[in-house]
Design a protein around this ligand. Structure first.
Ligand code: MN
Length: 380
């Protein structure tokens, strides 16, 4: 099966022989259990758990245990398999994750007719109590992301229900865990399915202004690029567009037209720097940027000295660019960038090969605690 081979290709380089066997077994069980079932779109059901596993590997960076659990995540909910059988076949850890996912799935559903924010809060709490292991939430987010990506085959009522649930519950969860990319995609998809006119309009305008924007970005970064390399930095520097949803949000909040939003993008500088010099290197880059462009002192944000609650680290400044336009510049190292995109999951690359090491176990636990802390869970 092609989708399975793709997953294998992606994950096998990181795995040991035992892990390959585990994933193969999880796939076989899921394949067999879902046999004959189809998604609303008509395709074989197994493609869904495979896609979720793929997201778990590629976009959340989790390891073999999570991949196996992702493959099995709908087996107990949708088939004859019981959690006891999963435990017998796959052990306690995977069974616990699958059990958490099953319980979220079958719990009381979000009802838009009732008080939304209170319900969202309750739902969030419920999810937290079910997820002793943060991977439950991460896999649930992967599951939701795939469902949102394939929402077109659902009927209209279902589309709306899932879209609202996503914006009230899952996008905020992704945000709390620092999964910026996933949060952004969930929000954009929400907008697409609830306000297609708005979504299309903004996407269209972004497209039309792309050439002009790219010209401006290139002009802006050209001198910086040169100076960075002269100073011996290895860096990537590029323009990062804002998401459609965040642009819409801004238009709503400030009651302005698309044309009036000046910060449709930020400039990001990602440097190769590791260890104790990370912070000082970022400030050196800051100094270099502000040699060319005048900074707005009110817009300096140092999230390196004080990382955000969700783990985000970066140095932000807004400077006066060419043509008198304000431009936000984000300065960070590769490590910080990875955390910014993947959140705590970036720390969460379960290198299960190293599980014999006591320290790495302790470290994992510490990360888990910080992670649950970010979610606002008590007794983490
Ligand atoms: Mn699912």
């Amino acid at each position: 099966m092609q989708a399975y081979l793709r997953l294998r290709r992606k994950i096998i380089p990181y795995l040991e022989a035992g892990d390959v066997a585990l994933i193969q077994k999880a796939f076989r069980v899921a394949h067999e259990a879902h046999r004959g079932m189809r998604r609303k779109s008509g395709e074989p059901y197994i493609l869904h758990p495979l896609a979720v596993a793929q997201i778990v590997v590629e976009e959340i960076n989790l390891g073999p245990t999570a991949v196996a659990a992702a493959l099995l995540h709908d087996v107990v909910e949708d088939t004859e398999w019981t959690i006891e059988e999963i435990e017998k076949q796959f052990g306690k850890k995977i069974a616990l994750i699958v059990d958490g996912l099953t319980k979220i799935q079958s719990s009381k559903k979000f009802d838009l007719n009732l008080g939304v924010s209170e319900q969202a809060e309750n739902f969030r709490k419920m999810i937290l109590t079910l997820s002793d292991d943060v991977r439950v939430i991460l896999i649930k987010l992967a599951d939701r992301l795939h469902n949102m990506r394939t929402l077109h085959s659902m009927d209209r009522n279902k589309q709306l229900k899932i879209a609202y649930e996503t914006i009230y519950i899952y996008a905020p969860l992704a945000h709390r865990l620092g999964l910026y990319k996933i949060k952004t995609e969930l929000e954009d998809l929400y907008l697409k399915y609830t306000r297609l006119d708005v979504y299309k309009d903004i996407a269209d305008k972004l497209n039309k202004t792309k050439t002009e924007r790219n010209r401006f970005i290139n002009e802006f970064i050209e001198p910086l690029k040169e100076q960075l390399s002269r100073q011996g930095f290895r860096a990537r520097i590029f323009g990062r567009p804002k998401s459609i949803y965040s642009i819409w949000n801004k238009m709503q909040k400030q009651n302005i037209l698309f044309e009036k939003i000046y910060d449709l993008f930020a400039i990001r500088i990602v440097i190769d720097s590791e260890g104790p010099d990370e912070k000082i290197d970022c400030w050196r880059v800051y100094s270099l940027v502000t040699d060319f462009y005048t900074p707005n002192p009110d817009r300096l944000r140092d999230w390196i000295s004080n990382p955000r609650g969700n783990g985000y680290e970066s140095l932000h400044t807004t400077v006066m660019g060419p043509e008198g336009r304000w431009v936000e510049v984000q300065i960070r190292t590769r490590r910080m960038d990875e955390i910014a995109e993947y959140g705590y999951a970036a720390h969460w690359k379960y290198k299960e090969q190293g599980k014999s090491e006591g320290t790495s176990q302790r470290k994992k636990r510490r990360i888990r605690i910080r992670c649950l802390g970010a979610l606002g869970a008590r007794n983490a």
